[in-house]
Design a protein around this ligand. Structure first.
Ligand code: ZN
Length: 132
């Protein structure tokens, strides 16, 4: 069901400052920057091998990324696994008793369809399922 790690989501306070580190100092190319209004974030994708780094800056102090930083500071916020069929994957997880945040797919960055699994079901790790 899970094909690969699609990306690692990193919560940052300041996207420009984070791009200075990841792009200018670490030398990872930036694929693009976009705003995802539904998730109240500005996002930059940095492809690295088969996966990507997703830098997330909140656009709203009440957004999930802002709340994450408030509680835990900057850092890895979620792991995204690539799936081929998001509805089927969600159905399978639900039938196994996994607690879902999203029962239905929503729009993610880069035109992807995404859904999140509750970290209480996954050892404290927020997992995003991502269909491209
Ligand atoms: Zn993500």
């Amino acid at each position: 069901m899970l094909k690969k790690i699609d990306h690692l989501g990193v919560a940052v306070r300041d996207l420009e400052a984070a791009l200075h580190i990841f792009r200018d100092q670490l030398g990872i190319d930036v694929d693009g920057v976009e705003e995802v209004a539904e998730q109240k974030v500005k996002v930059a994708f940095l492809p690295l091998g088969e996966s990507k780094i997703e830098l997330l800056q909140s656009t709203d102090p009440e957004g999930p990324v802002a709340r994450f930083i408030e509680r835990r500071g900057e850092g890895i916020q979620h792991i995204a696994f690539r799936v081929e069929n998001l509805e089927e994957s969600l159905g399978r997880l639900k039938s196994k008793g996994v607690r879902l945040i999203d029962e239905k797919p929503r729009r993610g960055a880069g035109g992807a369809r995404v859904a999140f699994i509750h970290p209480k079901s996954t050892c404290g790790v927020l997992i995003e399922l991502c269909e491209r």
